[in-house]
Design a binder for this molecule. Structure first.
Ligand SMILES: N[C@@H](CCC(=O)N[C@@H](CS)C(=O)NCC(=O)O)C(=O)O
Length: 219
């Protein structure tokens, strides 16, 4: 299998870390949704990452669907989303907020890194900031110890830690007040694990696709 996308994308990384966790070997095609857009449209009708190319050449896309596919390949007891109904909805609920956090952080990053300064909409950007801070506060209230729910790592942990790393790397200003100590520790712990380390955040891949850090201090 080949995973298409860069390791600055939280969506690509959560697929990679999930496959690492399950011991699934995969190759990678490093394409950017910006600099390789025409090719990306051939990989995925939406031109988005992540995409997983299967052995028979078919493509599946969207991290939720890819992770669902991967989880079907492993025995039920090893899955990162529990089968027990009560545990399942609790994990999926946290994962939904963590995934939304990644989506809103990505959207806000696009506002600043991809638009001309005079085209940034301050009201929209403020709304995104509120959504990001609200999601962080909600996740912080889960008080991971070391996991966000239950006694073992779940998809909620993978997605939350990776979304937090994405903020650290691309919008550190939103974390600079130190309001999320539990998430900070949770992220450090998860990112230190071999399954995260072997698909770690890549500043180089971000920069290759044209990501330019801007000064967010006034926003
Ligand atoms: N819900 C999607 C989000 C994927 C996503 O937004 N990926 C970004 C890259 S980090 C992308 O492809 N952006 C290009 C675009 O939206 O046109 C998922 O979970 O896979």
């Amino acid at each position: 299998m080949i995973l298409i996308g860069q390791f600055d994308s939280p969506f690509v990384r959560r697929v990679a870390v999930t496959m690492n966790h399950h011991g699934i070997i995969f190759g990678r095609r490093i394409l950017s949704v910006f600099t390789d857009f025409e090719q990306m449209l051939e990989e995925n009708p939406l031109g988005k990452v992540p995409v997983l190319e299967l052995e028979d050449g078919s493509h599946i896309f969207d991290s939720r669907m890819i992770i669902d596919y991967i989880e079907q390949l492993v025995p039920a007891e090893k899955r990162l989303v529990p089968m027990n109904p009560e545990n399942r909805w609790r994990v999926l609920r946290i994962e939904a907020v963590a995934l939304g956090l990644a989506e809103k952080s990505y959207e806000r990053g696009v506002e600043y890194a991809r638009r001309q300064p005079d085209k940034i909409d301050p009201q929209w950007s403020e709304r995104l900031k509120q959504q990001i801070e609200s999601a962080l506060t909600w996740l912080e209230s889960m008080q991971p110890n070391p996991w966000l729910y239950g006694d073992t790592m779940t998809q909620a942990d993978i997605t939350c830690a990776i979304a937090f790393t994405f903020l650290r790397e691309k919008q550190q200003i939103l974390l600079s007040r130190g309001d999320y100590p539990a998430l900070d520790e949770h992220c450090d712990y998860c990112e230190s694990l071999p399954m995260f380390q072997s698909s770690c955040y890549s500043a180089q891949e971000a920069s290759n696709s044209g990501w330019k850090p801007r000064d967010y201090s006034s926003n």
